[in-house]
Design a binder for this molecule. Sequence first.
Ligand code: ADP
Ligand code: MG
Length: 420
Amino acid sequence: MGDRLVDGARERAETGANPVMEASLGWKTLDDVALAGKTVLVRVDINVPMEAGQVTDATRIEKIVPTVEDIIARGGKVVLLAHFDRPKGKVVPEMSLSHVAPALEAALGRKVVFGADCVGDVAKAAIAAAAPGDVVLLENTRFHPGEEKNDPALAQGMAALGDIFVNDAFSAAHRAHASTAALAHLLPAAAGRLMEAELRALEAALGNPVRPVVAVVGGAKVSTKLDLLGNLVTKVDHLVIGGGMANTFLVAQGVEVGKSLAERDMADTAREILGKAQAAGCTIHLPVDIVVAREFKAGAASETLPVAQCPADAMILDAGPATVAALVKVFEASKTLIWNGPLGAFEIKPFDAATNAAAQAAARLTKAGKLVSVAGGGDTVAALNAADAADDFTFISTAGGAFLEWMEGKELPGVAALGA
Ligand code: ADP
Ligand code: MG
């Protein structure tokens, strides 16, 4: 499903209707490098799910096609570097990228020449054997212990294979590994098209956004999103806090939340975040009404109450309609939205209602050209898909950990290396 979203964003980008694609970018892209006659090492994320030797979801493979085609069209020879699963520095035959080669051939409609090592004579021979228009796929970088250690010697071995390094694996860019970090410093380096789209979206959402900016942060716990909240309050104009983590903020303000998920030991931390937001001029929005139930299961009897009236034996499982209405007003007054974390326990109906309504409002405003909307996070992507809203967002990041680290304001080693 994820590819549909990114494709939607890409289509809008190609027709020039996507404001995200118009801003200048602080990183080198494929547009900044000459490719004719060059051997181009392309770090990709093709860590696809497999069952019984078959790729069950080729989304990640499909997403690298534009980069590969662009390089070949401009006269470059493509050599793919990638990890697959977690072999932990040893050769594990089931984790060989050779199993992925057929799906890659199918997606590209090109011959894939497999090299059974990512460095040395075996790799060189595969590259030499590839005819123009063929794509070389080298073996799992994580078969070498040096990959996850960011070993300069391993990176040297990879650099010796080509002329230019292109990183198209944003989802692996938060890791300083030999093929994502060290290698990027040894050759002229640039972002591939997929990485470029992600960087543009994140820049438009947080780096250099059109204001006002509203961030929505939901999900289960404050403790997993402390760095995120701390960074966002200094960057955005409005911060909407929802989901289970809102309960912790309510507790911090002396509101009783009954049997709700809440981290009572985080109340001081929540108060610190509120103080930091106030100092930075960021307005915090907490639920004003709640949907509560006695049981967390589908079809459990639920009721909507003002936020201060959670019964002692009940759990808050979603935000109420007044909260959603207030939030939609904030969306309408904003130019940019960045979203991570559902507003309620969306996996179980009817506790998906607030997330669905807010997502649909964001999608509608985006479609009308009034909002740049960027979202990411495993459960968030699932929730926006379930709300049938994801297609109309400006950009949906499926990068997981790398997306979150970016939102936390951390420098991603694989991105920093592409600095112009
Ligand atoms: P993401 O994967 O997008 O980063 P999180 O993992 O942080 O998002 O949060 C998603 C989880 O938060 C979901 O499993 C959802 O059920 C849970 N959640 C949201 N609101 C509540 C709530 N009020 N009570 C309990 N769990 C909640
Ligand atoms: Mg999650």
